[in-house]
Design a protein around this ligand. Sequence first.
Ligand code: MN3
Length: 211
Amino acid sequence: MADRLKLPDLPYEMKALEPHISERTLEFHYGKHHATYVKKTSDAVEGTPLEKQPLVNIVRAAAQDKEQAGLFNNAAQAWNHTFFWHCMTPKGGHEPSGELGKRISGDFGSFDAFCEKFEEAAVGQFGSGWAWLVEDGGKLDIVSTSNADTPLVHGKTPLLTLDVWEHAYYLDYQNRRPDFVKAFLEHLVNWEFVEQNLVSGDVEEKLRAVG
Ligand code: MN3
């Protein structure tokens, strides 16, 4: 049983991702947008059977019920954002080696081919959404989702994500989403986190821990 949902700590300082993502962006993106998704989710489940459930269970339960679309949007955004923060680290972005490097080369041809396909998904997502590296039936794949939608409810295991809502980059890059995507891949991706999602332990436990 989990405690009442609260905004998880960022895994780094607000200014740690500069110059690629500014402190000001994180003050709004984490401190306002993410905080609001968490608060609305927490308020919505208060006094319901979902109240003490881990966030990932709330996301999946809400996805099953059309009348819970509002809860789904807030809960999925709360989960997606926490996952996204962990996908980045200061001085990240180095080409992954080891098991993950092999899997990326095997399934996409090369790391460069992976980057090209991920960029296409992130830049090509029309309007608000997310680009993802997922594991799907034992194979790595890249997908994009709209608004709050998340691979968690499509039977895929999220390994890496990038938020391409305008609020993620507008203060730093204005309309230049491709520059934001490039900076993410070249300087920010926490491949150690991605590899942990891929190869170790109980995936469900990891997904619960993120929330
Ligand atoms: Mn966002």
